[in-house]
Design a protein around this ligand. Structure first.
Ligand code: ADP
Ligand code: ZN
Length: 432
């Protein structure tokens, strides 16, 4: 099923022609902002010198620091009168940044989101409960307008207030939810505590976004809710959700390449990496007026698929699941660790509950990582010997996977602060 069949099934050749045409327009627009005018001047390059898609690599990258430095208006490329909305990143990793949109930009973004929702199999008969927070964060309004355009009934409840969320599932027969994976885990705990289960609801689709998660977490959620899940990737700098989305083949997320050029680079050298190699995702907007971004370094790590054809009929390149954010990478006693690696180990174990936290500190000049993990209620009230064995098992599995000896603290269900949006997994108390 397609929302815009013609564009969604476009052939590679035609797509590349369209990309080049749009890229040249984007560069021309970008050059009217103060930031890009200076950037192009310093790099001694004129937008009109970009004559092929390959030429794109001659242009410098744009970074998050650039966005911060040019705050608030340095990257604005249109007359302020044309701007109709701003969004900002949630500031997960530092000071927030702002993105401007014209009516054209919002319309284009809405269309991409609608395409994604149709790709997941949503129809106007669906009841869509958007459990991402509304406001400057793009997860709320971004999905909202796409869902309305598709004609679903939208419940713009936002994040948190878990009891009410569950009440709405029952009152309105919600069939599709948009939620962070960590909140979906917590929500399931509350559902169980209320003595309810998936049988009490009509949920059929879960759309995940906003944070990295592991396959083991996905499997756990599918088991609890008995639904299909779809992964939705985006970031406020690139509008928000709807940059790339998983199709029914459940094998990577299609990047809407008529709106974005995607590259994966070696974060150290900046060189392009071939398909299959994990590196930093770099994106260029192709259809934005107010704030075009050229070769934006997302800090997200993933790889591109080689094959551009897909059983779903789309030829847009596929991106793997985001394995982590460069900013989230922990260096513990010289070993690189992503929270998602720890998560993958924990969530595979049936004795483990739904929440965990990584605590870092330094003891006698040595880094120490403590994994605090909630275990299932049944387990918690079990024998001391059993608990000791479980602790050992977790330690052992972690050591195998991340090559680090960790302290493991088993916690009672509900002991850790629950996530109602983007989870905060790491507490780093090491002094630099
Ligand atoms: P931030 O979290 O940096 O303050 P945003 O609110 O714009 O800013 O969130 C965008 C970020 O969220 C992405 O750069 C990425 O790290 C993460 N993200 C979004 N969607 C996904 C997804 N489906 N899988 C993994 N990570 C995601
Ligand atoms: Zn596909």
């Amino acid at each position: 099923m397609y929302w815009s069949e013609e564009i969604e099934t476009i052939g590679r050749k035609e797509l590349e022609k369209l990309q080049l045409r749009r890229l040249r327009t984007s560069l021309r627009r970008a050059a009217s902002s103060r930031f890009y005018r200076e950037l192009f001047q310093n790099a001694a390059i004129k937008p009109e010198e970009i004559r092929s898609l390959k030429d794109l690599t001659r242009l410098p990258f744009t970074t998050k620091a650039d966005l911060r430095h040019s705050y608030p208006g340095g990257m604005l490329a249109v007359d302020p009168e044309k701007v109709v909305r701003i969004h900002a990143s949630s500031g997960t990793t530092g000071q927030s940044t702002v993105v401007y949109h014209t009516a054209h930009d919002l319309d284009g973004w809405t269309d991409l989101v609608t395409r994604c929702l149709v790709m997941a199999g949503c129809t106007p008969r669906d009841i869509f409960q958007n459990m991402m927070s509304y406001g400057l964060f793009t997860g709320g309004l971004g999905l909202h307008y796409g869902a309305e355009r598709l004609g679903m009934m939208v419940i713009p409840v936002g994040g948190g207030n878990t009891d009410r969320q569950i009440q709405f599932f029952r009152d309105f027969g919600t069939t599709v939810i948009h939620i962070t994976p960590s909140y979906a885990l917590h929500l399931n705990d509350v559902i169980k505590d209320m003595g309810l289960s998936h049988r009490d609801f009509k949920l059929r689709l879960l759309i995940f976004g906003a944070e990295p998660y592991s396959e083991a977490t996905r499997a756990k959620i599918v088991e609890a809710y008995r639904v299909d899940t779809y992964n939705c990737y985006g970031l406020s700098e690139m509008n928000g959700p709807g940059v790339a989305f998983e199709c029914g083949a459940s094998d990577g997320m299609h990047v809407w390449e008529d709106n974005y050029i995607v590259e994966v680079i070696d974060p150290e050298s900046g060189e392009s990496l071939p398909p299959g190699k994990i590196g930093e995702v770099v994106l260029t907007t192709l259809n934005r007026e107010a704030m075009p971004l050229i070769r934006y370094r997302t800090r997200d790590l993933a790889f591109l698929y080689e094959d551009t054809s897909c059983p779903c009929g789309r030829n847009f390149r596929r991106l793997s699941r985001i394995v982590g954010r460069a900013d989230d990478m922990l260096i513990v006693r010289g070993v690189n660790v992503f929270p998602s690696q720890v998560e993958q180990v924990l969530m595979k174990l049936p004795e483990v509950g739904t929440n965990y936290q990584l605590l870092l500190d330094r003891v006698e000049n040595l880094d120490r990582m403590t994994v605090r993990v909630e275990i299932s209620g049944r387990m918690f009230h079990g024998e001391v010997g059993e608990l000791r064995a479980l602790r050992k098992k977790i330690q052992h599995e972690l050591k195998e996977q991340i090559l680090l000896t960790t302290e493991v603290e088993l916690m009672e269900p509900g002991a850790l602060p629950p996530s109602r949006g983007k989870a905060k997994r790491v507490i780093d108390n090491r002094e630099i």
